[in-house]
Design a protein around this ligand. Sequence first.
Ligand SMILES: Nc1ncnc2c1ncn2[C@@H]1O[C@H](COP(=O)(O)OP(=O)(O)OP(=O)(O)O)[C@@H](O)[C@H]1O
Ligand SMILES: [Mg+2]
Length: 170
Amino acid sequence: MVPSQSAVVSVANEVKRDDHVSVSLEIAPSATTGRGADGYITTGHDSRLGQVINNLIDNARSFSNDGSEVRVNLRRAKNTGRTGHVEDGIEIIVDDDGPGIPAHAFERIFERFYTDRPEQGFGQNSGLGLSISRQIIEAHGGKIWALNRIAHGTEGQIAGARFVVWLPSS
Ligand SMILES: Nc1ncnc2c1ncn2[C@@H]1O[C@H](COP(=O)(O)OP(=O)(O)OP(=O)(O)O)[C@@H](O)[C@H]1O
Ligand SMILES: [Mg+2]
């Protein structure tokens, strides 16, 4: 998983676009193994998981202002797995500094064909990216969800969107 993570982020940075948005990757030291990035292993379909991260980075990028940053973070986290028990796993977090997600849309954005973008050209976005991403993650026994980050010291001012992918670790 980790090699594909780094690969996805470096490819995202290499693809030249006019938006000047950079993509950063931060990997928390792995507490259980002390081996840093080596400690993050999940079993799965490498290119499918890469596709999910790519989707999230593409979305984050498209909602970012020119010159801002999209941050990808990897850390360990527990969550309720397929068995209904709390399991060890890894979390991949994609943050942007864009407008965030409207309150009415948190679950709808994962529905097929749901797309809501300012300046949407006809037929440009299918609204399939997140629903496919959810299918892929759930097929790996994981979860994907969205939230808005709140700016420090404010009463609810949105600092940007956060997408979290949790996958059981192997
Ligand atoms: N980072 C984000 N910030 C704000 N809204 C987002 C973000 N990512 C997704 N969304 C919202 O979720 C909707 C669905 O996203 P999804 O990736 O499924 O479709 P899309 O990007 O519009 O189309 P496609 O991925 O098929 O090109 C988006 O149209 C947008 O309204
Ligand atoms: Mg998309």
